[in-house]
Design a protein around this ligand. Structure first.
Ligand SMILES: [Zn+2]
Length: 245
């Protein structure tokens, strides 16, 4: 990765850095995308498992799918890419993780300043008033109700729903003001999140893309690496560590 040597001398400990992650980094921990049900769930339409209409039609079915996903996630472990982000966050004083994943693996790996654009599968909220709930029932396989009468559901963004506004605003503000962005394991196709690397690039940030496949952003990236995040990110960390002390 000789080309990064010239890149890293632009940066210092106070550079503002963003780690923007997508499903690819979770896949490396063995977690399938929530838009792509596995096992016996594969016979169900993801639109029903992850939508308002599906939840209202059969809440227990949807809650069971999420409980199974939480169980799989709890058995998975953060990988080398998640750990590498923690290393980077010690190197750079001002850094933010913006993730499209709902599994909480960034947090488990010790990453900090995390903006979760699509929510978090370990949290719940009222479908009517939005009140947050600490697991009223650890497994949450059957329907519980809020005191307002609303149905309690996973606090994740479903098909057809808007991203949490404040989180999205914070993410765009960070992207517009960063010096360096890593876009990691994201196809850069699902908007509005996909706009973030373009936003960072248009404001002059240096953007490094790591993804096994090319994406609509690849041609604009300053560096675009076709690799797994768990392989590429630790190598970038070593290069930056060597330059920034
Ligand atoms: Zn409520």
């Amino acid at each position: 990765m000789a080309e990064t040597i010239t890149a890293t001398d632009r940066f210092h400990r106070d550079s503002r850095v963003i780690f923007f992650s997508g499903a690819g980094i979770s896949a490396e921990s063995g977690i399938s995308t929530f838009r792509d049900p596995e096992g016996h769930w594969s016979k169900y339409d993801p639109m029903k498992l992850a939508s308002q209409a599906g939840f209202l039609e059969d809440p227990d079915l949807v809650l069971n799918w999420y409980a199974d996903r939480r169980r799989a996630i709890n058995q998975a472990q953060p990988n080398a890419a998640h750990r590498s982000i923690s290393d980077f966050q010690k190197l750079f004083r001002d850094s933010v993780v913006i993730t499209q994943n709902v599994d909480g693996l960034h947090e488990r790996a010790g990453n900090r300043n995390i903006l979760e654009l699509h929510g978090n599968i370990h949290r719940h909220k009222c479908n009517s008033c939005g009140k947050n709930f600490e697991s009223p029932d650890i497994e949450m396989r059957t329907l519980n109700h809020c005191e307002c009468g609303g149905k309690i559901r996973p606090d994740v963004v479903w098909f057809g729903e808007s991203l949490p506004l404040q989180t999205l605003q914070n993410a765009f503000e960070a992207a517009q003001n960063c010096d360096l962005m890593f876009t990691i394991g994201t196809s850069t196709q699902i908007y509005p999140a996909a706009q973030l690397p373009f936003e960072a690039k248009s404001r002059g940030a240096f953007v490094i893309e790591i993804n096994p496949e090319p994406t609509p952003f690849s041609a604009q990236a300053d560096i675009s690496v076709r690799d797994d995040a768990g392989s590429a990110l630790p190598k970038f960390y070593e290069e930056f560590y060597a330059q920034i002390k």
